[in-house]
Design a protein around this ligand. Structure first.
Ligand code: PMP
Length: 427
């Protein structure tokens, strides 16, 4: 055990889980690569979701951050803040939400917490609909609505939550049904649930579940839900913390795969937009955002340094069409991984949208989740210089691939070749 790891374990909580038997200390990065404290270089196929949406050490972001830090860092929630107004304008316009208002936080958790605060205040209800297998953060209320029980350490909650089927396409009672029948069954289930309760305030859902293992519902599911929600006056909150900013390739936001539903009533974002700087936030129609009766601020939400990072990062993303890059390079990578999966035992499914790709593992010859296999593939890939993530329900048997959006075709090929070997050597 490294000295730093021993010190980590002695002073930090046990539930702050680290990847790898011998955890990594990452000291620097560039583009799609990071280096550890021993000087080993890794191709980073997971950092794009962790925070670094665009590229590590992107000069445009570094310059914007250092220039702003050189001017002032003071978090000026009580004064006008030019970078905050500018980034809010950009995000409001990109969100698709009419008459949009933006509130900045420092994390996805706090963004979802704020969305729950707004929804419950607006609808005068403390009941929430959330998806089974979902993840929405680690605050008391976000944990309370999180459906993935591996990430929900307490069953106590200030909110009453009802869980809805549909986020996971390939497991559960409706697995195997064609898309239209799957959607109809989930809608029926939702109607049945709502028949027995007072109307909840909102449905919160990740358009593609992130921590839950990059599970992709059929397109249009949330449009079908929306019809039912509208009948009951229930809001729809899209948690775009992982799916936003073009990550899914075809769409800028994950909700757009359900387009007929139109924009959600609220969307929450975080992670990538600051390219590593802590930015989260909520976008809501003015009528919802402005429903609070008293003041509410976030001291560090909208700090000018993080806003400068967000503005530079967003400009880079749009100028270089990284959404298009995610579609093209992600598409190639999905194809390549499907070809590899066909050659090895124990890959149940390769699924993905753009650069959000899941490889679900099962024990060879069975349909049983294979968490040990996923952990072994992570270790084997690391040995060869590739970092990937993992996720899924209780069983954490899905490899998660979410590189920075600037990934090149050559890097995609290199990573796929390493995964090919890693998948084989752990069988
Ligand atoms: N929502 C989703 C969909 C997430 O994936 C996460 C983080 N994994 C969060 C919310 C919480 O974000 P944060 O860790 O920034 O609080």
């Amino acid at each position: 055990m490294s000295d730093l790891y021993a010190r980590h374990k002695a002073v930090l909580p046990d539930w702050l889980a680290l990847y790898y038997q011998d955890p990594l200390e990452i000291t620097h990065g560039e583009g799609r690569h990071v280096w550890d404290a021993d000087g080993n270089k890794y191709l980073d196929f997971f950092g794009g979701i962790l925070t670094t949406m665009t590229a590590h050490a992107l000069p445009e972001v570094t310059k914007a951050v250092s220039e702003q830090a050189g001017r002032i860092i003071h978090s000026s929630t009580l004064y006008l803040n030019r970078p905050m107004v500018e980034l809010a304008e950009r995000i409001a316009q990109l969100s698709g939400i009419p008459d949009a208002r933006v509130f900045f936080t420092t994390s996805g958790t706090e963004a979802n917490d704020t969305a729950l605060l707004l929804a419950t205040a607006h609808r005068r209800s403390n009941q929430i609909l959330a998806m089974r297998n979902s993840y929405h953060g680690r605050s008391f209320s976000a944990v309370g609505i999180t459906g993935n029980k591996g990430w929900s350490p307490t069953s106590l909650s200030p909110l009453q939550t009802l869980y809805v089927h549909g986020g996971v396409r390939t497991r559960g009672p409706y697995a195997g049904l064609p898309d239209a029948e799957f959607i109809a069954a989930c809608v029926e289930d939702l109607r049945d649930l709502l028949g027995h309760v007072r109307p909840p305030a909102a449905l919160i859902a990740e358009p593609v579940q992130g921590v839950g293992g990059f599970t992709i519902p059929p397109d249009g599911l949330y449009a079908a839900f929306r019809e039912v929600l509208d009948e009951h006056g229930i809001l729809w909150i899209a948690d775009e913390v992982q799916t936003g900013w073009g990550r899914t390739g075809e769409h800028f936001w994950g909700w757009q795969a359900h387009d007929a539903a139109g924009p959600p009533d609220m969307l929450t974002f975080a992670k990538g937009i600051g390219n590593g700087m802590s930015i989260g936030g909520v976008v809501a129609r003015a009528e919802i955002m402005n429903c609070l009766d008293s003041n509410s601020i976030s001291t560090f939400g909208g700090s000018p340094v993080t806003m400068a990072a967000g503005l530079a990062n967003l400009a880079y993303l749009l100028e270089h069409d990284l959404q298009g890059n995610a579609r093209r390079v992600g598409g190639l990578l999905i194809e390549r991984l499907r070809a590899i999966a066909a050659q090895v035992d124990g890959v149940r499914e390769v699924r993905g949208r753009g650069l959000m790709i899941g490889v679900e593992l099962v024990k060879p010859g069975t349909d049983e989740a294979h968490p040990e296999g996923a952990a072994a593939v992570l270790e084997a890939a690391r040995e060869e210089g590739l970092l990937i993530g993992k996720g899924g329900g209780h069983d954490t048997s899905v490899l998660r691939i979410a590189p920075p959006l600037s990934l090149t075709v050559a890097e995609a090929e290199e990573g796929a070749a390493i995964l090919d070997r890693a998948l084989r050597c752990t069988r």
